[in-house]
Design a protein around this ligand. Structure first.
Ligand SMILES: [Zn+2]
Ligand SMILES: [Zn+2]
Length: 385
């Protein structure tokens, strides 16, 4: 008997590459080497949005904590932008979904909320859509004042005791789920109103793959100073005080436009959406991704159980109140020889494109082998549920 599933409790966000934009300057500190390190260029999930195959429609789910909701104008700008660049003959739908009560959101960070509330597209009989998730939240709710303070080093004790959380830039995370946009309403309150429609287009363009082309940009942003994908959007002071739109970087440069056009004619190779889950099939194994968490599986992805993974990650999102530490997942068979086959297949992920998958594979293989070795006794590998 083997435990049916393993999970790893690790701060996987250490590897997460965040793409952010702000009025004064971008907070991303990742260099161009990190683009290669994430393997995102070889993986190319952005083609699922730009190209009509294998998904000929796009479903955008918008969740928001109460009081942070995007305006209709912002969602219209998002839809218009997606229609302009995504080749989706069966249409693009931007749908407001959950309004998360503020009292329920207390204590959770954005990824923990995403895991709990992300539902995925409504099932359609004629083909499944590509999927984009948008979450509006309020970072001020992240700290639960009723929770006891954690012990902190004297150097950071004052900050910890103040329970202060800095507003977060709107951002997209390339790992492990480059199909979600996070917007902190508290951050937007500090910036002129017209920034919001620009930032939703900027973040959506990251999802569509812009600025991953190292020939055109650095630090995940465009080197063209007048481009909407520049690392910072300058606020024109005099325009601002005279009540005009203070932003001039409202469009993409020719190079960025050209990257978007190229993507529309290039087809994704080995990745697709199963519901909201991004599933990449490699020769011996597959990697399924949701915000902050991944699941490794043996063989091709034909047997991937989407609902089960959603259930597992939803439970994680709920559990992570106070401190979010994402886990990795893999299901192993209770049958000895089948488990051996799965371990062998998942071991191939030790050379995966994503550091997160490589780490998970190494850990799973070690633990599963230990469980097999103890199979005659009562296996209970460390970290297993
Ligand atoms: Zn950006
Ligand atoms: Zn550009």
């Amino acid at each position: 008997m083997y435990p049916p599933r393993f999970c790893l409790g690790r701060a996987a966000r250490l590897w997460a590459v965040a793409l952010v934009i702000c009025g004064a300057g971008c907070a991303s500190t990742q260099g161009s080497k990190d683009i290669e390190r994430t393997g995102i260029m070889a993986w190319s999930p952005h083609l699922l949005f730009l190209n009509r195959a294998p998904h000929d429609s796009l479903y955008v789910e918008v969740d928001a904590v109460a009081g942070t909701e995007p305006s209709g104008e912002v969602l219209e700008a998002l839809e218009k932008f997606l229609r302009q660049y995504c080749d989706k003959p069966r249409g693009i739908r931007v749908v407001r979904d959950d309004t998360i009560p503020r009292s329920v959101a207390v204590g959770y960070d954005n990824e923990a909320l995403a895991l709990q509330y992300l539902d995925g597209p409504v099932q359609a009989s004629n083909g499944s859509p590509a999927f984009l998730y948008v979450l509006y939240y309020d970072s001020a709710l992240e700290v639960d004042p009723s929770m006891p303070l954690r012990a902190a080093h004297p150097h950071v004790r004052l900050r910890a005791e103040s329970r202060y959380v800095a507003p977060e830039n709107p951002h997209v995370k390339l790992q492990p789920y480059p199909a979600a946009i996070y917007v902190d309403r508290r951050y937007l309150r500090l910036i002129p109103r017209s920034f919001e429609t620009l930032t939703i287009r900027h973040e959506a363009a990251h999802v569509l793959g812009l600025t991953r082309n190292t020939a055109r940009g650095a630090q995940y942003h465009c080197m063209g100073k007048s481009c909407l994908m520049a690392p910072s959007l300058d606020i024109g002071f005099f325009k601002f005080i005279s009540g005009q739109n203070p932003f001039s970087q409202t469009n993409f440069c020719d190079a960025c436009e050209s990257d978007l056009a190229k993507g529309a004619v290039e087809q994704a190779r080995n990745v697709r959406f199963v519901g909201p889950v991004l599933v990449r099939a490699e020769k011996e194994y597959h990697v399924a991704s949701l915000p902050a968490e991944i699941k490794l599986g043996a063989g091709d992805a034909s047997g991937f159980e989407m609902e089960k993974f959603l259930e597992q990650t939803r439970g994680d999102g709920k559990r992570m109140k106070g401190r979010f530490s994402p886990r990795h997942w893999a299901d192993f068979s209770r049958d000895h020889s089948e488990a051996e086959r799965q371990i062998k297949a998942i071991a191939h992920a030790q050379r995966d494109l994503l550091p997160m998958a490589r780490y998970a594979s190494t850990q799973f293989v070690a633990r599963a082998k230990e469980a097999l070795a103890n199979a005659s006794g009562q296996p209970k590998p460390p970290g297993a549920d």
